[in-house]
Design a protein around this ligand. Structure first.
Ligand SMILES: Cc1ncc(COP(=O)(O)O)c(C=O)c1O
Length: 404
C-alpha cells in the first residue's frame, strides 16, 4: 500500500525555547509587565507592583517627557498631523524629515543621513542593500540580532570573529575574497555586555585590508564620549573613521526610528535602494520632531552625559567591590553575572520584590552559564537610588550564594 498521506496541519507555532509556565510558577516571569506611568528620576509605575526604580529601560539620559521634546512633538502634530501619506519616495518628504536628517548628520559629523521607521529595519535594509552575492560581511560574534538578520538577508558570505578579538578579525579579513566588497560590522557598545568595540584597531584593520566599516551606535550615542557624541569622540578619532554610522532613535533619543549617517553618495544610494526606506512608511511627524529636539537637548544639557558616566561608576564600583563579575562593561549597560539560569531568575525576583524593575537575561539569549541581570543606568537616577539598587543586588547575591 502506498504511504499514508497526512491530512491536517502541522502546528503553526513550533516548540518555544522559553519555558514560560515554569518561570510563571516560580514567580520569576517579569517580561511584558504593564507599566502605566513613567515617573521622574528613572522611576516607573508598574500595574500591580506600584512605583519602582527602572533599571530595565534605555532612557540613558532621562529624556522621555522632557518639556522641549514634548513641545516639539505637539507642534509637529499641529502642523503635520500624526502620520505621513506612506513612503517618502512617492508621497513626498516632509520638510521635518529633511531637517531631522540634517540634524543627525551634523550631530554625527557626516555629510548626510537617512532615517527609517526603526533601528531594526535600518540594519536589515542597509546591510542587505549594500551587499550582493560574492561580497563578504564580517561581524563581531556578539552583534545585535538586527545586524545578523541583515547579513543573512544580504546573500553575502557571512562570517564572524570572536568578540572584540582583533587577531581573529584580522584572520577573517585576510581570508575574505577581495573580488567582492568586504564589510565589517560591529556594535559600538554591546547590548548584552556593555563593553565597547576596539574601534581604533578595527578601523586600522579595515584600512589595511580595504574593507568598509559599519558601526551600530544604538547604545553609545548620548552615553559615551565626553559630550555624548558617541564612539569616535570616546576614542578621539576623526569623524570619517566609520563609513556607515548607524543608530536608533529609540533609546537615548526618546522616539522611534533608525538612521544611517555617512557620505552623500551612500545616503543617496540608500534612499533609492534600501527596501525599508522605499517600501515602508516614514517616521511619523511627532516622532521625527521629538528626535530632532532630543539631539539639541543632548548638546544643550551636558550635565546629563556627565551624570550617566558618574552614575555608572558609582554603581559598577560597588558591585565589583562586592565580588560581582560585570564582564568588561564600561558603559551604562551593566551585566551582573549570576551564572545559571535559576540564579538569574531568583536574583531578578529578589530585586523585583524590593521595588527594582530589572530583568534576568538567560539562555538562549546569552550562553548557558552566563545568565545575568542586565541593569541599565540612567543619568537621572538619584545617587540614593543607585546605592539602594547596588545594595539590594549585593544582599540578594549573598543570600543566593552568587557572591561570597
Ligand atoms: C544594538 C542595537 N541595534 C539595533 C536595535 C534596534 O533598534 P530599534 O529598537 O530602534 O528597532 C537595537 C534594539 O534593541 C539594538 O540594541
Amino acid at each position: 500500500m502506498a504511504g499514508k498521506t497526512t491530512v491536517g496541519r502541522v502546528p503553526l507555532t513550533p516548540e518555544m525555547l522559553w519555558p514560560i509556565d515554569e518561570y510563571k510558577e516560580k514567580g520569576q516571569y517579569f517580561y511584558l509587565e504593564a507599566t502605566d506611568e513613567l515617573l521622574p528620576n528613572g522611576r516607573v509605575h508598574v500595574i500591580g507592583h506600584g512605583e519602582m526604580i527602572m533599571l530595565g529601560g534605555y532612557s540613558y539620559l532621562g529624556l522621555i517627557g522632557h518639556p522641549k521634546i514634548n513641545a516639539a512633538a505637539r507642534a509637529a502634530i499641529e502642523k503635520y498631523g500624526t502620520g505621513t501619506y506612506g513612503v517618502r519616495l512617492l508621497a513626498g518628504s516632509l520638510e521635518l524629515h529633511n531637517e531631522l536628517e540634517e540634524r543627525i548628520a551634523s550631530f554625527k559629523q557626516a555629510e548626510a543621513s537617512v532615517t527609517m521607521s526603526s533601528g531594526y529595519a535600518t540594519n536589515l535594509a542597509t546591510i542587505s542593500s549594500l551587499l550582493r552575492k560574492g561580497d563578504t560581511v564580517i561581524c563581531d560574534k556578539l552583534n545585535h540580532a538586527s545586524i545578523v538578520d541583515g547579513c543573512m538577508l544580504s546573500l553575502a558570505k557571512f562570517v564572524r570573529f570572536r568578540h572584540n578579538d582583533m587577531d581573529h578579525l584580522e584572520r577573517r579579513l585576510r581570508e575574505a575574497d577581495r573580488d567582492g566588497r568586504v564589510l565589517v560590522v560591529a556594535d559600538a557598545v554591546f547590548s548584552m555586555d556593555g563593553d565597547i568595540i576596539n574601534l581604533p584597531e578595527v578601523a586600522r584593520l579595515c584600512k589595511k585590508y580595504g574593507a568598509y566599516l559599519m558601526i551600530d551606535e544604538a547604545h553609545s550615542v548620548g552615553v559615551i564620549g565626553k559630550t555624548g557624541h558617541g564612539i569616535e569622540e570616546h576614542f578621539d578619532l576623526p569623524p570619517d573613521t566609520i563609513d556607515i554610522k548607524m543608530g536608533t532613535l529609540s533609546k537615548t533619543i526618546p522616539s522611534a526610528g533608525g538612521y544611517v549617517a555617512g557620505n552623500t553618495e551612500l545616503i543617496t544610494f540608500l534612499k533609492h535602494e534600501a527596501r525599508a526606506f522605499i517600501y515602508s512608511a516614514a517616521v511619523p511627524p511627532p516622532s521625527a520632531a521629538a528626535a530632532k529636539a532630543a539631539f539639541d537637548v543632548i548638546e544643550e544639557e551636558p550635565w546629563r552625559v556627565e551624570s550617566i558616566q558618574t552614575n555608572y561608576h558609582r554603581f559598577a564600583d560597588k558591585l565589583r567591590d562586592a565580588g560581582y563579575n560585570l564582564l568588561f562593561t564600561e558603559t551604562a549597560i551593566v551585566p551582573v553575572i549570576c551564572g545559571s539560569t535559576p540564579n538569574g531568575g531568583a536574583l531578578a525576583k529578589y530585586c523585583q520584590d524590593r521595588g527594582i524593575f530589572v530583568q534576568a537575561i538567560v539562555s538562549p539569549v546569552v550562553p548557558e552559564g552566563s545568565a545575568r541581570l542586565r541593569a541599565c543606568i540612567s543619568a537621572v537616577h538619584t545617587q540614593e537610588d543607585i546605592d539602594y539598587c547596588a545594595d539590594v543586588i549585593i544582599e540578594g547575591g549573598r543570600k543566593l550564594g552568587i557572591i561570597d
